[in-house]
Write a protein that binds this ligand. Structure first.
Ligand code: NAD
Length: 440
């Protein structure tokens, strides 16, 4: 029987272990804590924390395969897998005071593990810790190892208090980071097998140690609170709200004497602008450093699919960038009118320090724009195709026909990862898919 011990019977340790116990009846789970009142409460009818559904889960397995104890050393010594879910508050004094995490509790837990262990252990970081904490813990353990093999895993917790049980039963993802060695992979697999009792395999993500640690702070897209539907590699975000709301934040921060925070939010917009100019640079540099006199087809002008809204669409900046290098731009979008496009390109944007927004396209440049009602028309005779909106119909186009009617070499710059790049490469296109390795 696999034995799990969790150090720390708090908001994370208690509910997490209760769910593991109820989902894995063949695993013995012991939650230990130095706080006797807390452990007494876990063993009573009045649990130390309130979470909807927690009472039922604890009652279903407490005394069977779920135990709460203050005998920390005994249960750590007996366990195969040790979760460490101790508190990691902000340091109040010394180096990094006010910002850095205080790892005192973690360090003492690690030293205690090293002291009492007599068999190989998998040690799992459950607490939220700074990146590279696993390396530090590894040093403590291996320098005191007495021949014992320790594998450290990072398995950050994403539950939210108030919905902890629901979050644990149906996590958006379980993230497991481990060493990229045979022993490390074996340890990752062992923990994966625990979660696999109830979490679908596609929701268990494995990675290296520091990526998992970092992903807790810069949470990855597989989290419905952030929105996997939205967080994709792209030519940039647009729409009427994001930039406006971020600018509002900048303003609020400046008004409240928080220039550094204001600067942080400004960077979000700058990075978004950078992404658009980077895309233009990629197009121009790939096409032998100039698009002057070349026809570039733009597929999609709306800021996202299934709308005709072009407010703050990245297509404006991409088109302006290409027109600035004297390209002939032929635009097709199923829901955007010619008037809209002409107006957007002629519009003067507000003037703060992001250069791509400074200038409207000049009247002569706008003459180099044609708006057509057919993707095949837009791409006919073109040197390159830029896909700027993820319309489903762009997946279904006859790319052989498009290729046959284009100049060669024929480039496709997919700003939304819409097309099957490999298939298109098979036809003969040179394909650049945003966020993916370059075409060979
Ligand atoms: P908590 O304060 O409720 O519980 C931590 C427990 O660890 C305490 O009961 C403490 O007595 C015990 N402890 C400390 N040192 C110990 C030791 N050496 N041996 C035995 N027990 C020890 O904290 P929490 O809210 O459960 O958070 C734990 C970690 O999980 C933190 O790093 C936190 O940032 C992270 N986290 C918390 C949440 C949340 O919603 N609370 C969500 C995700 C991650």
């Amino acid at each position: 029987m696999v034995k799990i011990c969790c150090i720390g019977a708090g908001y994370v340790g208690g509910p997490t272990m209760a769910v593991i116990a109820v989902k894995c009846p063949a695993i013995e789970v012991v939650v230990v804590d130095i706080s006797k009142p807390r452990i007494d409460a876990w063993n009573s009818d009045k649990l130390p924390i309130y979470e909807p559904g927690l009472d039922e889960v604890v009652k279903a397995c407490r005394g069977k395969n779920l135990f709460f104890s203050t005998d920390v050393e005994k249960h750590v010594a007996e366990a195969d897998i040790i979760f460490v879910s101790v508190n990691t508050p902000t340091k109040t004094r010394g180096l990094g005071a006010g910002k850095a995490a205080d790892l005192t509790y973690w360090e003492s837990a690690a030293r205690m593990i090293a002291d009492v262990s007599k068999s190989d252990k998998i040690v799992v970081e459950k607490s939220t810790v700074p990146v590279k904490t696993a390396e530090a813990i590894e040093k403590i353990l291996t320098h005191n190892s007495k021949g014992i093999n320790y594998q450290i895993l990072s398995n950050p917790e994403f539950l939210a208090e108030g919905t902890a049980i629901e979050d644990l039963f149906k996590p958006d993802r379980v993230l497991i980071g481990g060493r990229e060695t045979p022993e490390g992979r074996k340890a990752v697999q062992a923990l994966k097998e625990v979660y696999a009792h109830w979490v679908p395999e596609e929701n268990i993500i494995t990675t290296n140690l520091w990526s998992a640690e970092l992903s807790k702070l810069a949470a990855i897209g597989k989290d419905s609170r952030i929105g996997p539907k939205f967080l994709n590699a792209s030519v940039g975000f647009g729409g009427s709200c994001f930039q406006k709301d971020i600018l509002n934040l900048v303003y609020i921060c400046e008004c409240n004497g928080l220039p550094e925070v204001a600067n942080y939010w400004k960077q979000v917009i700058k990075i978004n602008d950078y992404q658009k100019s980077r895309f233009v640079n990629r197009v121009v540099s790939s096409m032998f450093n100039t698009v002057s006199g070349k026809k570039v087809a733009i597929l999609g002008f709306a800021f996202k699919k299934d709308t005709g809204d072009t407010r703050e669409t990245p297509a404006i900046d991409v088109c302006k960038g290409l027109l600035g290098d004297k390209a002939h731009v032929s635009i097709y979008d199923p829901e955007v009118t010619e008037d809209q496009i002409q107006r957007d390109l002629a519009m003067n944007k507000f003037d703060w320090d992001h250069p791509m927004h400074l200038q409207p396209a000049s009247p002569s440049a706008i003459k180099q724009v044609s708006v057509v009602w057919d993707a095949y028309e837009a791409t006919k005779g073109a040197h390159a195709v830029c896909i700027l909106t993820e319309w489903n119909q762009f997946k279904e186009l006859d790319y052989q026909k498009i290729f046959d009617n284009m100049q060669k070499p024929a480039f496709i710059f997919d700003g939304r990862n819409v097309v099957d790049a490999e298939k298109l490469r098979g036809i003969g296109f040179i394909v650049y898919s945003i966020g993916k390795p370059l075409d060979a």
